[in-house]
Ligand binder design. Structure first.
Ligand SMILES: O=C(O)CCC(=O)C(=O)O
Length: 243
């Protein structure tokens, strides 16, 4: 019961009956979503790994919030900071300060702060990313190896990666050091932990270990998309305030 109380969270706005039906129809989420009488939902944490620390929050965003983030991102992807290189082939954009202040974004920001236990002012601007078929983000760390990036706000301590759509094959988030079993990364069998994008889920992982040191086991990748598009929103969180 305590667990339930800790993780209970009301998602604004309340989902329509149609949305509830759509979510209820998803067999992989059936066992983990509680719809209350008043339409509020329960965010359900699933510990995927303690070392490195990776937690998957099911049902973190409502479908309306996912669609809202995609709608903000879509028109600006072409003129965004998207990188076309051997490292990352997706397109991306950062929300402006004005967009960060929109009530729906503020609600998401507050939720990130509550579930990560990192104050919102330690967060970088939220980024929206789109991967088209065959696009990927190769293995990397989220923490900075160049300390000049840490002057303001300090090191990146954690990342909240939010999945904004479902209708994609491949595009898993892959942590080679987080598990020993086999899993599919963009159609290739690999050893490690592969997290399948699922709309509304959010993946929290910590770039620092419990010893406070940078954790190289947090190395991760966005696997190639095999079919459809993958949309995500990323929040990187720092040691100190950025404001
Ligand atoms: O898209 C993914 O699954 C991984 C994204 C990622 O690695 C990042 O934003 O740092």
């Amino acid at each position: 019961m305590a667990h339930r109380l800790l993780t209970s969270h009301r998602l604004p706005p309340n989902p329509s009956a149609e949305e509830r039906g759509r979510r209820g129809a998803r067999s992989d989420l059936l066992v983990i979503i509680d719809w209350d009488e008043d339409g509020s939902v329960q965010v359900k944490p699933e510990i995927l790994s303690w070392s490195p620390r990776i937690i998957l929050f099911h049902n973190f965003l409502s479908m309306q919030e996912c669609d809202y983030l995609k709608a903000i991102g879509r028109p600006r992807l072409a003129v965004s900071l998207g990188v076309t290189s051997k490292v990352r082939t997706s397109s991306g954009m950062f929300l402006t300060s004005e967009e960060q202040n929109l009530p729906i974004i503020q609600a998401i920001e507050n939720r990130i702060a509550v579930f990560s236990q990192i104050p919102a002012e330690n967060g970088e601007q939220m980024q929206v990313l789109r991967y088209k078929q065959s696009q990927f983000y190769s293995l990397h760390f989220d923490y900075f190896s160049n300390v000049s990036h840490t002057k303001k706000g300090g090191q990146r301590v954690a990342t909240m990666l939010m999945y904004l759509n479902d209708d994609v094959e491949g595009g898993e988030t892959f942590f080679p050091m987080a598990a020993a079993g086999e899993c599919s990364c963009g159609g290739t069998m690999v050893r490690g932990l592969c997290v399948k994008p699922s709309q509304g889920d959010a993946l929290l992982f910590w770039s620092l270990g419990l010893n406070g040191k940078l954790d190289p086991d947090t190395m991760h990748a966005g696997c190639p998309v095999l079919r459809g598009e993958k949309w995500s929103a990323t929040k990187w969180m720092r040691e100190r305030t950025l404001r």
